[in-house]
Design a protein around this ligand. Structure first.
Ligand code: TYM
Length: 331
C-alpha cells in the first residue's frame, strides 16, 4: 500500500491540520510501503507570500511533522521543490485535465476571491500540481481532511483519463478522510472550517499554542443558547467540540453525550480544553529542539528527496514514453 500526502508550509499549523491530516500521517507511516509526505512549497507560492518567510515556515512545518511523530526511518519526508518530477508531471497532466474541471474547484473560487492584487494562473493550475504530487508515486491512498475531497476526485479523473488515452500507466488513488475530525470547525464561527487564513486567532487552536492560550480559546468558544451537550444541526459549536473531544480522548461521540448528560457547557468546555492540552503536549514539548537544528532538518529533507526522486523518476519515464515525449526508450 503506497500512501502519499502533502501539506502547505504556510501559516502556523492548527488543530484542524493536526486532527484531519497529521495524525493520519503518523498512523499511516507503518502501513505505507512506503508512506510519502511532502511539504508543498510550490503550492504555497500561488498566493501572495514573502520568500524569506516561506523558508522559515517550511522548517516550522517540517519540525511539527517530526515532533508529531513522523520518523524519517519509517517514511519519506521531503520538500516538493527538491523533486523536479512534480512540476514536469504537472505540465504533462495538463494535457488530460479539462479546463472546465479546474473552473469548478471550490478552493480556487474561495482563494481567488480573497486575493487583493493578483489571481495567479498558478492558483488555477494548483490542483494539477497536486494531482502530479500523488500520481508521481502511484499512491493508493491519500490521507486528507474533508476540504481536499474535490481535489482527490479530480486527480482520480486525471489518472483515469490519462490511462484511457495513453494506456495503463497511473494508479487511481483513494482518499482517506477520517470519520471524526475530517472538518474541524472554527471555535468562534463554527459554521466555517478552522483555517489558517480566514477568521480571528481566537477561533483557531495552534498545534504549538501554550496551555493557557488553549484554555482561553476553548473557554470562549461559541456554543448556542441551549443547555444540552449533544450533536445536532442546530448545535454547530457543541457538535464541533464533541468531535474534538472524541478524537483527543478516543472516547466515542455517543459516549461523550451520555457522560455529559445533565452537565453544563462550562464543565464540558473545560473537559475539551484539558483533553486538547494533553493531546498536543507531546508535539509542543518536542518541537523547540527539533526546530532549532536547521542543518538536521535540511538533512532529513534532502535524504527524503533522494528517496522520493527514485520513485517519481520511474513514473516520469513511463509517462514520457506513453505520451511520446522526449528521447525514445531503448529498443
Ligand atoms: P493544507 O496545507 O491546507 O492542509 C493540510 C491538511 O490539513 C487538512 N485540514 C483540515 N482537516 C480538518 N479540519 C480542518 N479545519 C482542516 N484544515 C485543513 C487538509 O485537508 C489537508 O489534508 N492542497 C493541500 C496540500 C497538498 C496535498 C497534495 C494534499 C498538495 N499536494 C497531495 C494531499 C495530496 C492543502 O492545501 O493542504
Amino acid at each position: 500500500m503506497r500512501i502519499f500526502s502533502g501539506i502547505q508550509p504556510t501559516g502556523r499549523k492548527h488543530l484542524g491540520n493536526y486532527i484531519g491530516a497529521i495524525r493520519q500521517y503518523v498512523e499511516g507511516q507503518d502501513r505505507g510501503d512506503p508512506a510519502v509526505f511532502c511539504i508543498v512549497d510550490l503550492h504555497a507560492i500561488t498566493v501572495a507570500y514573502d520568500p524569506k518567510e516561506l523558508r522559515e515556515r517550511l522548517y516550522d512545518t517540517t519540525a511539527i511533522l517530526l515532533a508529531a511523530g513522523l520518523d524519517p526511518a519509517r517514511c519519506i519526508l521531503f520538500r516538493q521543490s527538491d523533486v523536479h518530477e512534480h512540476t514536469e508531471l504537472a505540465w504533462l497532466l495538463g494535457a488530460v485535465c479539462a479546463h472546465g474541471d479546474l473552473n469548478r474547484m471550490h478552493q480556487f473560487k474561495d482563494k481567488s476571491a480573497t486575493q487583493r492584487e493578483l489571481v495567479s494562473a498558478g492558483l488555477f493550475f494548483y490542483p494539477v500540481l497536486q494531482a502530479a504530487d500523488v500520481l508521481a508515486y502511484r499512491a493508493d491512498e491519500v490521507p486528507v481532511g474533508e476540504d481536499q475531497r474535490q481535489h482527490i476526485e479530480l486527480m482520480r479523473e486525471i489518472a483515469r483519463r490519462f490511462n484511457e488515452r495513453f494506456g495503463e500507466t497511473l494508479v487511481v488513488p483513494d482518499h482517506r478522510i477520517p470519520e471524526i475530525g475530517a472538518k474541524v470547525m472554527d471555535l468562534q464561527e463554527p459554521e466555517r472550517k478552522m483555517s489558517t487564513t480566514v477568521g480571528a486567532d481566537s477561533g483557531r487552536v495552534y498545534v504549538l499554542d501554550e496551555e493557557k492560550a488553549i484554555r482561553k480559546k476553548f473557554g470562549s468558544a461559541v456554543t448556542d443558547s441551549g443547555r444540552e451537550i449533544r450533536r445536532g444541526e442546530d448545535k454547530a459549536g457543541i457538535t464541533n467540540l464533541i468531535g474534538i473531544l472524541s478524537v483527543a480522548t478516543g472516547v466515542p461521540e455517543a459516549q461523550i453525550e451520555a457522560d455529559f448528560e445533565g452537565k453544563g457547557y462550562g464543565d464540558f468546555k473545560k473537559a475539551v480544553a484539558d483533553a486538547v492540552v494533553e493531546f498536543l503536549a507531546p508535539v509542543r514539548e518536542a518541537y523547540p529542539e527539533i526546530r532549532a537544528d536547521e542543518g538536521a532538518l535540511e538533512l532529513v529533507l534532502s535524504n527524503g528527496a533522494d528517496r522520493a526522486r527514485e520513485i517519481a523518476s520511474r513514473t516520469l519515464e513511463d509517462v514520457r514514453t506513453a505520451m511520446g515525449v522526449g528521447v525514445p526508450p531503448a529498443r
